[in-house]
Design a protein around this ligand. Structure first.
Ligand SMILES: Cc1cc2nc3c(=O)[nH]c(=O)nc-3n(C[C@H](O)[C@H](O)[C@H](O)COP(=O)(O)OP(=O)(O)OC[C@H]3O[C@@H](n4cnc5c(N)ncnc54)[C@H](O)[C@@H]3O)c2cc1C
Length: 386
């Protein structure tokens, strides 16, 4: 269901994404999770549908879709395979600046190939100090050196790179020059086959097990032409479109975990077992289902309203996108926790896909901007004078 007034075009995309997810993602999701296997075939299926170039402008051969459509599609994909949806969302995130403000060189070199499905990317931002520090986040951004004609990466380390080892290109966040202050970030879009990279430790996450979100070390020379936007300006110049896009696509991926698990419950609850028993006969479960549906609809309404706000360029602050992100990720955690209770030992013994959604949902609290940090970031908007 969607109370939000989707256009005919957006509804068509919703149906198409639902069809693709049901046909191409659903059957592989359990195996992807069980083996912790990167969902290559599922992502290839999205490529065949032109979805890798979803947000590339039509003039460059892409689909040029808006944020409402993007959210609708990511939610539908996540309903069937959250790992695939997250890798796909990180790809969209990795190519957003490129799609919006490419140089002429980048249009030919990256954007048009992206629209043709020749570019699959990851976004490498967060860092930790590394082995020996128990993987504690450092909350700082490492610096790379400016050298004639480009930049030199010298073992730059990223803590969690979703799709590590499976991308053609990487969007890398860094500082340029040791003297550059923290918070003054730059971004490079790099062909992975032109630098050296090493996966430091294979991914074996509690959830999102298909993500390959491994720590990676990067070394090598990157030409000037691969700089996205202007040096040192990433947090300022691109904030207006990048941060909302990040928040909303995370929101959609987490909402899909909630609504995907809920749709399974809608089918399972009324099923009559041989004993004649139905889970739906339990009035406490009835109440929980009604409560979950309310949480999901509220989260979806906020997400899509916020996405439209973005598409209409009405947003002047991050507040709505932060709210959409935390709301959808918390809906996913609440819904999947309640369903774990409703599906009792069956879910706990991993005989139901619900437990996979439950594990995947946990990522929403810490991934992207951690929710604690997102809430903290709302405070200046709520108390501008304080
Ligand atoms: C499955 C998965 C995939 C990921 N994929 C990627 C990826 O592709 N690219 C990428 O760049 N990163 C990725 N990450 C990393 C993820 O984005 C970070 O874990 C997330 O941004 C949190 O950052 P952090 O670990 O540095 O924690 P921090 O931001 O340091 O936060 C850690 C905790 O400290 C507390 N805290 C810190 N600062 C504040 C504050 N200001 N106010 C209140 N509390 C605070 C909170 O409790 C918070 O949860 C991934 C993570 C996961 C789990």
């Amino acid at each position: 269901m969607s109370y939000f007034p989707l256009t005919k075009h957006q509804q068509d995309w919703q149906e198409r994404a639902r069809d693709i997810a049901g046909r191409e993602l659903a059957d592989r999701a359990a195996e992807t999770d069980r083996l912790g296997q990167f969902p290559t075939e599922s992502l290839e299926a999205l490529k065949k549908e032109g979805l890798w170039g979803l947000r590339v402008d039509k003039v460059h051969g892409g689909l040029g879709e808006d944020m409402v459509t993007t959210c609708v599609i990511v939610e539908e994909l996540s309903k069937k395979c959250p790992s695939t949806a997250m890798c796909y969302k990180m790809h969209l995130e990795g190519v957003e600046i490129l799609s919006r403000i490419p140089t002429k060189y980048q249009v030919k070199k990256f954007v048009e190939p992206l629209a043709r499905g020749e570019v699959f990317s990851a976004a490498a931002g967060g860092e930790s100090a590394g082995a020996g520090d128990d993987w504690t986040p450092v909350n700082t951004l490492a610096a790379i050196a400016k050298v004639p004609g480009g930049y030199q990466l010298d073992g730059l380390r990223k803590a969690y790179v979703t799709s590590a080892g499976h991308v053609s290109h990487i969007e890398l966040r860094c500082r340029v020059g040791e003297d550059t202050p923290q918070g003054s970030a730059s971004k490079l879009f790099i062909e992975e086959d032109k630098i050296d990279w090493e996966i430091i430790e294979p991914w074996d996450g509690l959830g999102m097990r298909g993500n390959s979100s491994s720590p990676v070390k990067y070394s090598g020379f990157v030409p000037d032409e691969n700089l996205l936007g202007a040096e040192h300006t990433i947090f300022q110049d691109t904030d207006a479109f990048l941060r909302p896009m990040l928040g909303l696509t995370y929101a959609a991926a987490y909402l899909g975990i909630a609504s995907g698990a809920f749709e399974i419950a809608l089918e399972e609850m009324p099923r009559q077992y041989r004993s004649g028993h139905r889970r739906l006969d339990n009035v406490i479960y009835q109440r929980r289902m009604a409560e979950m549906s309310t949480q999901i609809e509220a989260a979806r309404a906020l997400m899509l309203a916020t996405a439209l706000y973005f598409d209409q360029e009405r947003g002047t602050t991050d507040l709505p996108y932060l709210q959409a992100k935390v709301n959808c990720s918390e809906a996913a955690v609440r819904v999947t926790s309640d369903l774990m209770t409703c599906f009792t030992g069956t879910a706990f013994a991993r005989r139901s896909p619900i437990e996979r959604y439950f594990r995947d949902a946990r990522a929403g609290l810490v991934m992207g901007m951690a929710n604690d940090v997102a809430y903290q970031s709302m405070i200046p908007h709520l108390f501008p004078e304080a």
